[in-house]
Design a protein around this ligand. Structure first.
Ligand SMILES: [Mg+2]
Ligand SMILES: [Zn+2]
Length: 182
């Protein structure tokens, strides 16, 4: 009771336009409704980003370039009085068979342990079926965004029997749905 709840956000295709392995500031583009939506969500939830960044493992950009780009996003959010508790990222490629790549839930475990989060009343928001699996694996609620790559993968949800709590085409709408049922 009264325990802290979290929103666990995918980054690319959910908060910002997914431009395939983007790391240059010039490619940075917030998606519609993100600022407004996060402002609503942070009244009731802690905000985290969990992002798969295999571009690092593939050598497309460095760890440092990832941080520079991600810090830019965090800075823009901060200017809007939005606080992200932490960004967790997996730098590996699939072949590394690591423990941190979504849909594996290592980072959710760290969030639950580190912030004493009530995971059953928390949410994962993402634009890929693996984000939804990630949430389901951790017994979170989930919102599938048809922004980013979401539209392209929408049919996979049905084919693979992955059922998000909601499907949304706009971040602000998703946020309003979440607080409506919170
Ligand atoms: Mg994504
Ligand atoms: Zn990893």
């Amino acid at each position: 009771m009264g325990k802290i709840k979290a929103i666990i956000l995918d980054r690319d295709g959910t908060l910002i336009e997914d431009k395939d392995y983007a790391y240059k500031i010039e490619d940075f583009e917030l998606l519609p409704g993100v600022i407004e939506g996060l402002k609503i969500l942070q009244k009731n939830f802690l905000l985290f980003i969990v992002t798969n960044q295999s571009g690092i493992g593939r050598g497309y950009y460095t760890d440092r370039e990832f941080h520079k780009f991600n810090d830019y996003l965090i800075g823009i959010l901060k200017e809007n009085q939005i606080r992200i508790e932490r960004t967790f990222y997996c730098p590996h490629v699939k072949e590394d068979n690591c423990e941190c790549k979504k849909p594996k839930i290592k980072f959710i475990r760290e969030i639950v342990d580190g912030w004493n989060v009530d995971i059953n009343n928390s949410w994962v928001i993402g634009d890929h079926p693996s984000d939804i699996l990630f949430g389901i694996n951790a017994r979170c609620n989930t919102v599938y965004m048809s922004t980013g790559h979401g539209e392209r993968h929408l049919n996979e949800l049905e084919v693979e029997g992955i059922t998000p709590t909601y499907i949304s085409n706009n971040f602000l709408k998703a946020a309003l749905e979440i607080v409506r049922v919170k």
